[in-house]
Write a new protein. Sequence first.
Length: 302
Amino acid sequence: MDSIRAIFNGKKANTPELRQAVFDARDRDIDLQVRVTWEPSDMYRLVNEAICDGVKRLIVAGGDGTVNEAVSALNQFQVSERPQLAIIPMGTANDFATATAIPSNIAEAFALALEGNTFAVDSVRANDRYFMNVAAAGFGAEVTAETPVELKDFLGGGAYTLTGVVKALGFKPYSGTLTVDKGTFTGEILVGAFCNGRLAGGGQSLAPEALIDDGLMDLTLVKSFVASELPQVLEELKSPDEDGKYIVHTQTSWLDIDFTQPLPINLDGEPYRSNNIRFEVVPSSIRLVLPDDCPCLSKNCV
């Protein structure tokens, strides 16, 4: 078997099930060395070390943030140098792993990580940052009981959501220009979701048809609206399309954002803020270990 190395989030490294999975692999004569991260900057160093040592497959254990660190680190190297990537989901949400059908059970996920097939999947570059799953933009507020379920389903739980429609209407929206290959939108937005994966915010479906190997992002915008327009907003949320008045959905391989004030962005849970952001899909940039029947792969799209 090709050389394999595990990189564990330091907060998860002592999890009994994870340690047992390592011992079980070693009992099968798999030469599995373990490294542990203390802080985010450790990931690049450990990936570089693995590449220098000729490691062919990396197993990372942690949440979406750990996956983001690994993807960001791998993208710093030539494609030919990058090891395969396998994920043991151990975060709070595990949105990317859930959407791609990576087992939530540690032993089962570890078995897949050791023996599963790899598939070339996309990541997305945002200026000098990267993400694998979802970038969300807009107000950093918590969902409350006041938030209509349709908006809650779209926006998800977590950092970049609306605190009730009435309160949201009291905020000044973010004003700027978004440009994709199909055209330009200039105006005010409340929330935007730029999706390579399907889920965010603890299992909320932001892009139910998104594929991770099609070279495209699924882009959805919630434009500014007033209270009397809420019924149409909720209706459009049920089936967003390119021609929506308040909810716009399209697919694109790149996106340019030019805003008058810094737009808060959440890249796989990692905060980022900038007036000008260039999003660009990096096709087939990560060789990811996935179940053969992963629903987010083009080959399994019916």
